[in-house]
Design a protein around this ligand. Structure first.
Ligand code: GDP
Length: 826
C-alpha cells in the first residue's frame, strides 16, 4: 500500500496501518519489523476530545470530524459510512475480546487448580512413601540393634572390634542427615514448590508474557550496566597498576592472571597485534611485555620464576665484605695479540702451585703481581665470552684490557670491544701491543682511539695506556700494576662467608670425568660437597680443581675452579648458585629446562598471523631451510638473523631455529640434529664436546667470519630447495565450431585454430565466456582423419579432451606449453 492510496481511503488507513518498527535489543542489535496495527478506536470522532491516537495515524483520522477542503459530499458520505462501519466492527470486536478474555481467565483458573491438585497429590504420595520408608528403617534398625546386643553378649571381645563399623554407631550419625533431608524436602515441596508452581502458572497465563519479557530485559539492562560499570571503569574507577613479573616465556592465561585482567581481553589484545593464540599457548617475554604495557601495568622481567626464589640474593652486610681480586677480560681485534698476551702473562706470573707450576687451561687463571696483588684473567679472549655472560646476566668482568697492535690501527673489532666495555660500564686499560716491532707506532693508536672517545692518560685522559710486547715481555709488569691500580680504585669486595654464586666460563663433557665446568666464583665460597644449580643443570661438588691443576677444598671470590659433579653440561655464561637441598636444585634445574623449552617453542611457534598463513601455505608447497646461528656478539647474531629472514620467497624460507651468542655447544648440536639443521658459527667455534657430538650425529657445522659469505651460502642452500619455476607459454587458440559424437572416442570438437598452433602434446584449457572451465590434456588431435601432432593457425582440426566431455560450439580452447626454469634466490 503506497502513501497515495492511504490518502484516498481514509477508512482503510485508519483500520489497519502497516508500519516499520525498529526493535532494539541488547548489545545494540536492532531489527526492523513490519507491524500491522489495528487502532480503530482512534477513528471514532469524539467531539471536542478527538485525540488523534498514535502520531502516525493522526493526519488521516483527524479528517473524520472535520471536513477537509476539496472533498465532495458523496465522498464525505462514503467516509462517514466507512467510519460507522468501523465503529460497528470495533464494538463487535470489543465484545469478542471480552468473551475471549473471560474464557482465558476461566482456563487459567482451571489450570491452576489442576496443577495445585497435582502437586498436592504428588506431595502426599511422597510423604507417604517417606513415612513408610522411615518406619521400615526404624524397624530394621531396631532388629539390628537387637541382633547386635545378642551377638555382643555372645562374644564380647569380637563385638568390641566390630562395633565401630556396626550399624549402631553409624545410625546416630545418619539420622540427623535423614531428618534434615526430610525437612528440606518437606519445605521445598510444600512452600517453595507451591510458590514456584504458582509463579509459572501466573507467568504462563496471566498474560504476563509481556510483563515477563519486560522484566527480563530490564534485568539484562541492569546487568549490562553493572558490567559496563565494572569494565569501562577507567573513567570512574582508578586502574590498579600492577607490577607484573614476567619470565622468559609465559602462558597467556597466566599472564592475564598476573595482570589481574580477563583472559579474553588479553587474547583479544594479542589478536589485535596479529598474534593468534589461545589462552593455553605460551608467548615470549617480548610479546608479553607489549601486552602488559598496553594494559597499563608495569613489567618486571624475571629470568626465572618462583621456584628460584630460594636462590634470591641476600644483600651482604658491609662488615662482611672483604676485598677480592679483579676479573680481567682481554679484548681487541683479531691478530692484535690477545692470545699471545694472555699466554705471556700466564707464563710469567702464574701462581705456581706445588705441583711445579704446570698450568692447565681451564678458561681462567690467576696471577700475582710483583706488588702482591692477585688478578684473575679470563683465558677466553674476545667478546664472545664477555657478551655471552653479560647476556645471561652474569657480568663477570671487572676490567677490560683493550689490546691494539701498534703496527696496525684501531680496527672494527677494536671499536666493538670499546662499545662492549662501555655498554657494560667496565673500565678499560689500553695495552698497545707489538711495540717490539719496528713498524710500531703507539702514538697513532692513541690518537686513533680519540675518535672513539677513549682518551688515554698520555693524552691527558683517564684511560691507562701501557706499551707492551707479548713476544719480548716488555711492559707486562707495568700492565699488571696498572690493572692492580685500577682494581684498587674499583674497591672490589665480596663476602666469602656465604653460599657461593658464580658464572660458568667454560664447560665440556670430559670423557673420563663427565661434565666439567670452569666456574668463576663471584661471591661466597664454593666448597666441596656443595649442592648447586647451574643453568639448566644441577649437581653436588665432587671435586674442585684450581687453574694450576690442584685439587682444592674450596674456592673463594674471583677464584676460577673446575667443578666436577654436574649432572649435565651447562653453557658458558650460566650462573651457578649453591642451594641447600638436592630437591631444590633439581626442581630449579627442571623448571629452567622447561622454561627454555617453552621459550624455544614460543620462538618457533607460528604465533603471528603472517606466520600462521605462511605455515598453512607451507603445508602444500613452502620449503623450509632450518638453521642454527651462533655468533660472537649479539649484534652479529641479530644482523645474521635479519639477513636470514630476508632470504627466500613465498616458496622457500630460511628458518632460524635458534640463535645465540657464544660457542657452539652440545645443546645446539642436539637442537640442530632434531630439526635436521646445519649450525652456522660466526666468529665462534664448537667446543670439543659439541664437535664430537656433531660428528656422531652427522650435524653440519660451518664457520664464517664474514657475514656476506654466510648469507651467500645460505642463499645457495635455499636455492637448492627451490622447485624449478614453471613458466607457461600460450602457443595457440582454437574455437569450437561443432561438436560431434564419435563412438569409442566420445565428444569431439570440430575446431578452427585461430591463433598460433595446436599441439597434441600441449596443455589445453577450455574457456567458455572467458572463464576457464577445464584444464587438461588432449586425447586426440586430428586433421581430417589422421592423428597429427600439430595444427597450424587457420586450419581446421578435431580435438577431444582427456577425461572431459562438456564441450560446446563457441567454446575457446587455449593451448599452452610449460617449461621448467631453474631458479635462484636473489
Ligand atoms: P689474537 O688473534 O688477538 O689472539 O692474536 P694472537 O695472539 O694470535 O697474535 C697474532 C699474531 O701476532 C701472532 O702471530 C703473534 O705471534 C703475533 N704477536 C702477538 N703479539 C706480538 C707482539 O707483541 N710482538 C710481535 N712481534 N708479534 C706479536
Amino acid at each position: 500500500m503506497s502513501d497515495n492510496d492511504g490518502k484516498k481511503t481514509l477508512g482503510l488507513r485508519g483500520g489497519a496501518r502497516p508500519g516499520n518498527v525498529k526493535q532494539s535489543f541488547s548489545h545494540g542489535r536492532t531489527k526492523n519489523v513490519v507491524v500491522e496495527t489495528k487502532r480503530k478506536r482512534v477513528v471514532v470522532p469524539k467531539p471536542g476530545g478527538a485525540k488523534s491516537g498514535s502520531g502516525g495515524a493522526g493526519g488521516g483520522v483527524g479528517g473524520a470530524g472535520k471536513r477537509p477542503a476539496g472533498i465532495t459530499d458523496a465522498e464525505m458520505e462514503r467516509r462517514l459510512k466507512a467510519v460507522q462501519a468501523a465503529k460497528a466492527r470495533e464494538a463487535e470486536e470489543a465484545a469478542n475480546r471480552k468473551a475471549e478474555e473471560e474464557a482465558r481467565a476461566e482456563e487459567r483458573e482451571r489450570r491452576r487448580a489442576e496443577m495445585e491438585a497435582k502437586e498436592r497429590e504428588q506431595r502426599e504420595a511422597e510423604e507417604k512413601a517417606k513415612a513408610k520408608a522411615e518406619e521400615e528403617e526404624r524397624k530394621r534398625r531396631a532388629a539390628e540393634d537387637k541382633a547386635k546386643a545378642a551377638a555382643a553378649k555372645a562374644a564380647a571381645p569380637a563385638a568390641e572390634a566390630d562395633q565401630p563399623r556396626g550399624g549402631a554407631k553409624q545410625a546416630p550419625a545418619k539420622k540427623p542427615d535423614r531428618e534434615q533431608d526430610r525437612q528440606n524436602r518437606g519445605k521445598g515441596g510444600r512452600d517453595g514448590g507451591r510458590r514456584s508452581g504458582k509463579l509459572t502458572v501466573n507467568q504462563a497465563l496471566t498474560g504476563g508474557e509481556g510483563g515477563r519479557q519486560r522484566s527480563m530485559a530490564a534485568m539484562k539492562r541492569k546487568q549490562e550496566r553493572a558490567r559496563q560499570k565494572a569494565m569501562g571503569g577507567p573513567v570512574e574507577r582508578e586502574k590498579v597498576v600492577r607490577e607484573v613479573k614476567l619470565p622468559e616465556a609465559i602462558v597467556v592465561s597466566e599472564l592475564a592472571n598476573r595482570m589481574a585482567e580477563r583472559v579474553a581481553d588479553v587474547v583479544k589484545s594479542l589478536m589485535q597485534m596479529g598474534m593468534m593464540v589461545t589462552q593455553n599457548q605460551t608467548i615470549d617475554a617480548d610479546t608479553a611485555e607489549l601486552i602488559i604495557e598496553e594494559f597499563g601495568h608495569k613489567v618486571t622481567r624475571v629470568s626465572d620464576s618462583d621456584v628460584e626464589d630460594v636462590i634470591k640474593e641476600v644483600e651482604d652486610k658491609e662488615e662482611d665484605l672483604q676485598p677480592r681480586p679483579p676479573v680481567i677480560t682481554i679484548m681487541g681485534h683479531v691478530d692484535h695479540g690477545k692470545t699471545s698476551l694472555l699466554d705471556a702473562i700466564r707464563d710469567a706470573k702464574v701462581v705456581a702451585g706445588e705441583a711445579g707450576g704446570i698450568t692447565q687451561h681451564i678458561g681462567a687463571y690467576q696471577v700475582e703481581t710483583d706488588s702482591g696483588a692477585v688478578l684473575s684473567f679470563l683465558d677466553t679472549p674476545g667478546h664472545a665470552a664477555f657478551t655471552s655472560m653479560r647476556s645471561r646476566g652474569a657480568q663477570v668482568t671487572d676490567i677490560v684490557v683493550l689490546v691494539v697492535a701498534a703496527d696496525d690501527a684501531v680496527m672494527p673489532q677494536t671499536i666493538e670491544a670499546i662499545a662492549h666495555a662501555k655498554a657494560a660500564e667496565v673500565p678499560m686499560i689500553v695495552a698497545i701491543n707489538k711495540c717490539d716491532k719496528p713498524a710500531a707506532n703507539p702514538d697513532k693508536v692513541r690518537t686513533d682511539l680519540l675518535q672513539h672517545e677513549v682518551i688515554v692518560e698520555k693524552l691527558s685522559g683517564d684511560v691507562q695506556d701501557i706499551e707492551v710486547s707479548a713476544i719480548t715481555g716488555k711492559g707486562l709488569d707495568e700492565l699488571l700494576e696498572a690493572i692492580a691500580l685500577q682494581a684498587e680504585i674499583l674497591e672490589l669486595k665480596a663476602n666469602p662467608d656465604r653460599a657461593a654464586h658464580g658464572a660458568v666460563i667454560e664447560a665440556q663433557l670430559d670423557v673420563g670425568r663427565g661434565p666439567v665446568a670452569t666456574v668463576l666464583v663471584q661471591n661466597g665460597t664454593l666448597k666441596q660437597g656443595d649442592i648447586f644449580v647451574v643453568g639448566e643443570q644441577w649437581g653436588k661438588v665432587r671435586a674442585l680443581i684450581s687453574d694450576t691443576g690442584e685439587r682444592v677444598e674450596e674456592a673463594g671470590p674471583s677464584v676460577p675452579v673446575e667443578v666436577l659433579g654436574l649432572n649435565g653440561t651447562p653453557e658458558a655464561g650460566d650462573v651457578l648458585n649453591v642451594v641447600s637441598t638436592e630437591a631444590q636444585a633439581r626442581e630449579i634445574a627442571e623448571y629452567r629446562e622447561q622454561a627454555a623449552k617453552d621459550k624455544r617453542a614460543a620462538a618457533g611457534a607460528a604465533t603471528t598471523l603472517d606466520q600462521l598463513l605462511a605455515k598453512a601455505k607451507e603445508d602444500e608447497n613452502v620449503a623450509e631451510l632450518p638453521i642454527l646461528v651462533k655468533a660472537d656478539v649479539q649484534g652479529s647474531a641479530e644482523a645474521i638473523v635479519q639477513a636470514m629472514e630476508k632470504i627466500g620467497n613465498e616458496e622457500v624460507r630460511v628458518r632460524v631455529l635458534h640463535y645465540g651468542v657464544g660457542a657452539i655447544t652440545e645443546t645446539d648440536v642436539g637442537l640442530a640434529e632434531a630439526s635436521n639443521a646445519p649450525i652456522l658459527g660466526f666468529n665462534v667455534r664448537a667446543n670439543a664436546s659439541a664437535r664430537n657430538s656433531a660428528n656422531q650425529k652427522g650435524v653440519e657445522i660451518r664457520y664464517y667470519s664474514v657475514i656476506y659469505d654466510l648469507v651467500d651460502d645460505v642463499k645457495a642452500a635455499a636455492s637448492g630447495l627451490l622447485s624449478a619455476e614453471v613458466r607457461e607459454n600460450f602457443i595457440g587458440y582454437a574455437e569450437i565450431k561443432e561438436v560431434f559424437k564419435v563412438s569409442n572416442v566420445g565428444k569431439v570438437a570440430g575446431c578452427l585454430v585461430t591463433e598460433g598452433v595446436a599441439r597434441r602434446s600441449a596443455g589445453v584449457r577450455l574457456l567458455r565466456d572467458d572463464v576457464v572451465i577445464h584444464e587438461g590434456t588432449l586425447k586426440t588431435l586430428k586433421r581430417f582423419k589422421d592423428e597429427v601432432s600439430e595444427v597450424q593457425s587457420g586450419q581446421e582440426c578435431g580435438m577431444a579432451f582427456e577425461n572431459y566431455d562438456d564441450i560446446r560450439p563457441g567454446d575457446v580452447i587455449e593451448i599452452f606449453e610449460r617449461t621448467e626454469v631453474e631458479r635462484k634466490l636473489d
